[in-house]
Ligand binder design. Sequence first.
Ligand code: FES
Length: 169
Amino acid sequence: MGMRIEKNHDENFQKLDEVLAQYKDQQGMLIRILQKAQEIFGHLPDEVQSYIAEKTDIPISTVNGVVSFYSFFSQEPQGKYTVGVCLGTACYVKGAQEVLEEIKEELGLDVGETTLDHMFTLKATRCIGACGLAPVITINDDVHGRLSPSDIPSILHQYMKNQKEPVVK
Ligand code: FES
């Protein structure tokens, strides 16, 4: 894993340089730059934040403040799939907590953590507006509803399986 990151490291910084060249002299472009940087690196580690701060002459405290403020920025590596368990009221009363416990057990994760193979990140979410399907979880853009804990292993397994198959378009 470490090796893969090393190999892409220089290439990623080159891409970031291109983004910076494109945006850095424009006003109010910090969020745009950070979004692009997150697309490139997958998350925004300290090293990337300091680099952006230095190149844009924006204080690191400002850069870090923006990254911390917006929930769509992440300072930790994220899994390929983000599993979001809705803990809104409707889902909660229909057993979201039990579903969450089952997912934690299957993946060996606590909320906010990512599996070592970078496949899954576990999050708890607020109501996602699908209360009719309660309890619901999201896996990236997919919504799975009317769940019971016993549904969880096979759902997760579908994503694990997809990963191993070549992508056919
Ligand atoms: S409370 Fe879960 S979707 Fe609304």
